[in-house]
Write a protein that binds this ligand. Structure first.
Ligand SMILES: [Zn+2]
Length: 283
């Protein structure tokens, strides 16, 4: 995926706040936004307290176009101010500026980590937040606790003019997507690709190539995309997670995931490749 140069990540906040800052405030996984004519926006204020909302914690995220960004946890039960709403990130995608959206996906993960890492997992002492790195430290045993990140592979498997799509039991009715799964400890990404495809549909794959990656904050995954070619086997659904799987051509796709996801970018990549090879075939 393309690198966004507008946002520069940081941990140590500026010693004094100059001018306006972006405030990414979450109540649970819901983002505080306000409606503009045909889009939504994030509160941009000198200080979050201007909204008059109780916010137990604030985290500096870095700066966007030179403007500081903060993640804020809103206390449960607080109602948004007049003209503002709390909405899930999936609902906000496409209506909020794309860069602001991806900063929001960082913010929600930092807030979630802060909320769920209060005590040391080794000795149960209350943790202290480190000032110069994104970590918490146990003042008793010294154990460090970092934000959780779960790497998952996602892969488009091609066979000539067809691609493999599967349906998970959890998908909305009628939707199919490419295969994905979490990486296991001790496994390389390529090994995870081979294992997942084998486990979920019983196929062997080859020519595994890196495609790109995308943070996926539902709740804290990093999706690592690959392309692969069919090598051997017949589709057999062994994994109880998968309800159906099959080979599809670019011209006859079922319902597929929305533009927000790397799954869609992988499917679009396949479709564009097919279309350009058709153009070459027809002089
Ligand atoms: Zn400890």
């Amino acid at each position: 995926m393309e690198e966004d140069k507008r946002f520069i990540s940081g941990i140590v906040p500026p010693s004094e706040r100059k001018g306006l800052a972006w405030w990414f405030a979450f109540q649970g996984s819901k983002l505080l936004i306000y409606q503009e004519s045909d889009s939504v926006n994030i509160p941009c204020l000198v200080d979050f307290s201007e909204l008059g909302l109780a916010a137990p914690s604030q985290h500096y995220l870095g700066h966007l176009d030179g403007r500081d960004c903060y993640a804020v946890e809103l206390a449960e039960g607080i109602a948004p101010p007049q003209g503002m709403t709390l909405e899930g990130l999936r609902q906000v995608y496409g209506r909020l500026d794309e860069t602001l959206f991806w900063v929001a996906t960082r913010a929600v993960q930092i807030v979630d980590w802060d909320r769920t890492h209060l005590f040391c997992g080794r000795c149960a002492t209350p943790l202290q937040t480190k000032k110069t790195e994104r970590a918490k430290e146990c003042p008793m045993c010294g154990q460090l606790h970092f934000p959780r990140l779960a790497p998952a592979i996602i892969v488009v498997v091609e066979r000539g003019h067809e691609l493999l799509l599967a349906r998970s039991r959890h998908f909305p009715l009628g939707m199919y997507s490419v295969l994905a799964g979490f990486v296991e400890p001790g496994e390389s990404l390529e090994e995870a690709v081979v294992r997942e495809v084998k486990e979920e549909v019983g196929l062997g794959v080859k020519d595994i190539k890196y495609f790109g990656s995308q943070p996926w904050p539902f709740p804290h995954s990093l999706m690592i995309g690959f392309t692969a070619t069919y090598a051997e086997g017949k589709i057999t659904l062994e994994d109880s997670e998968i309800e159906d799987a099959g080979w599809f051509t670019a011209a006859h796709l079922p319902q597929i995931p929305g533009k927000i996801s790397i799954a869609r970018k992988l499917i679009d990549w396949f479709v564009e490749k097919q279309e350009s090879s058709l153009k070459k075939a027809v002089p």
